[in-house]
Design a protein around this ligand. Structure first.
Ligand SMILES: C[S@@+](CC[C@H](N)C(=O)[O-])C[C@H]1O[C@@H](n2cnc3c(N)ncnc32)[C@H](O)[C@@H]1O
Length: 232
């Protein structure tokens, strides 16, 4: 990983904002990811994220925290938060913004237990592939304190395969349709391509059942997105 994402966050934090991140995927063309969005305050967060923050309780783990927006909000509310990310730049920024406990760490290497585990901004993306979901869910389950919960958002991206007539052009021999290759570039530099997973709610619920987690639909967003709560 070249940490292009972290570099962009650091530039924004250091008041050197001249360009946005450009993203594209195996099923879509170039799109702009505005850097200010990665520094959003509570009023600019999607309703699903606001709801997740409202439900967060006790000791919180913010997985893939990015610049730390969710952690900062909860920290100000008086909750104990640990923010983790595999991006060095992201953790540097989260610390600069005031997140007290932020660490460069892959979720699979986390060992402490929590009352709330947050995975936001398509939290299932971190699982990468459908055949890795059970592994990640089992690990997340092992990090829950009694009565703890996981709050995770994602989208059903089937709509991205619809043509203008409403037909679906999906390759039925391919892997699960929510598995996509994700490319990002910033200031002319390209990140190593990533696999990013969008999971529809029913597939997430089925995966949860296989590892002994209950999965509840908390809220649906405006564009096939949803927030789910997972409990032991
Ligand atoms: C879409 S960004 C979301 C950032 C932040 N949660 C937000 O809402 O602004 C996903 C983040 O997850 C991090 N990430 C990806 N895989 C991870 C892993 N296995 N463990 C921890 N963080 C991870 C990425 O570096 C990135 O910062």
């Amino acid at each position: 990983m070249r940490d292009i994402f972290g570099k962009a966050l650091l530039d924004y934090q250091n008041r050197d904002y001249t360009e946005d991140i450009i993203t594209s995927t195996s099923i879509s063309n170039d799109d702009v990811l505005p850097l200010p969005y990665l520094f959003r305050n509570y009023p600019d967060m999607p309703k699903l994220e606001q709801k997740a923050l409202e439900l967060a309780k006790g000791e919180v783990l913010d997985v893939g925290c990015g610049s730390g927006s969710h952690s900062l909000y909860l920290q100000k509310k008086g909750l104990t938060v640990k923010a983790i990310d595999i991006s060095k730049g992201a953790i540097e920024v989260a610390k600069l913004r005031g997140v007290k406990n932020a660490e460069v760490l892959n979720i699979l290497d986390e060992t402490e237990t929590y009352d709330t585990i947050l995975l936001l901004m398509n939290g299932t993306g971190i699982f990468q592939k459908l055949n890795l979901v059970a592994k990640y869910l089992k690990h997340l389950k092992s990090l829950l304190k009694p009565n703890g919960h996981i709050l995770i958002d994602s989208s059903d991206i089937q709509y991205m395969y619809e043509d203008d007539d409403g037909g679906i052009w999906m390759d039925t021999n391919a892997e699960y349709y929510g598995e996509i290759d994700y490319f990002i570039s910033y200031k002319g530099e390209k990140e190593v391509p990533m696999t990013w997973l969008y999971l529809d709610f029913n597939t997430l619920k089925l995966a949860c059942e296989t590892v002994g987690l209950q999965c509840e639909l908390i809220m649906e967003g405006e564009h096939f997105d949803y927030l789910a709560r997972l409990n032991k």
